[in-house]
Ligand binder design. Structure first.
Ligand SMILES: [Zn+2]
Length: 239
């Protein structure tokens, strides 16, 4: 079934190790309605093929706004889009039509993702943005893929952003892949944002998050904590 989108299983790593301590800190902040939202910066990179850009900024905006609404409501995180860039140079097929899951990891190691990786921001810094790379067609039934915390980028195929094609349009996938990039594994509840599959237009996954998922989303190197609005002015930081 071409339209049954399955998003990739993330590489799940250090959920437990630092979770308890960080969880306490985040609980304090989430419980404080005076606190400001944390911030996740997102960068979008749209590839082109020989016909031109795969989509436009206008096409991607609703999914970015949806991700912001979901994460703000469910996890106290604002999604701030820092840039939407189009690479007009036609990309090679290995970048336009990547493979998924472990095979994407293998391709990454082999250098097949080099075309868009050279356009990514420096990796590994605190508060580093997650880059959403819009590709043409991911191999198989997969429509989005993340390598989890091992990469600062995720891929989403362009059909997800084509509002003229209801059978492929799905705003939940971008938010789902951001969840993987922030270290969330899959969840078995269909109403959860991290449910593995989503079938537009009738069978979309839900957008709920569990309390422990909120903690994970807030406790990683991409999410910059907010500051309390009642802190002295000298201690405030605009994000
Ligand atoms: Zn997934």
């Amino acid at each position: 079934m071409r339209n049954f989108g399955v998003t990739a299983k993330a590489a799940v790593t250090d959920l437990v190790a630092g979770g308890a301590h960080l969880g306490e800190l985040v609980s304090d902040r989430l419980g404080d309605r005076q606190g400001r939202d944390a911030v996740l910066r997102v960068d979008v990179l749209i590839l082109s093929d020989r016909s031109g850009p795969l989509c436009t900024e206008h096409d991607v905006r609703p999914a970015l706004e949806r991700a912001d609404a979901i994460l703000r409501e469910q996890a106290g995180i604002r999604v701030r889009t820092v840039s939407v860039r189009v690479i007009t140079e036609p990309a090679p097929a290995r970048a336009l039509d990547p493979r998924a899951n472990q095979r994407l990891l293998l391709d990454d190691i082999k250098g097949n993702t080099e075309f868009f990786r050279r356009h990514l921001p420096p990796a590994g810094t605190i508060g580093a943005p997650v880059t959403v790379v819009v590709v043409r067609d991911i191999d198989g039934r997969t429509t989005g893929c993340s390598l989890g915390m091992t990469a600062d980028w995720v891929i989403c195929q362009r059909s997800l952003f084509d509002a003229g094609n209801p059978a492929g349009y799905d705003e939940t996938v971008l938010a789902h892949e951001l969840g993987h990039a922030l270290n969330l594994p899959h969840h078995s509840d269909r109403q959860n944002l991290m449910f593995p599959s989503s079938s537009p237009p009738q069978g979309l996954r839900g957008t709920q998050l569990k309390p422990w998922q909120r903690l994970v989303l807030n406790a990683n190197r991409h999410t910059v904590p907010g500051v309390r609005t009642d802190a002295p002015p000298g201690q405030r930081t605009e994000l």
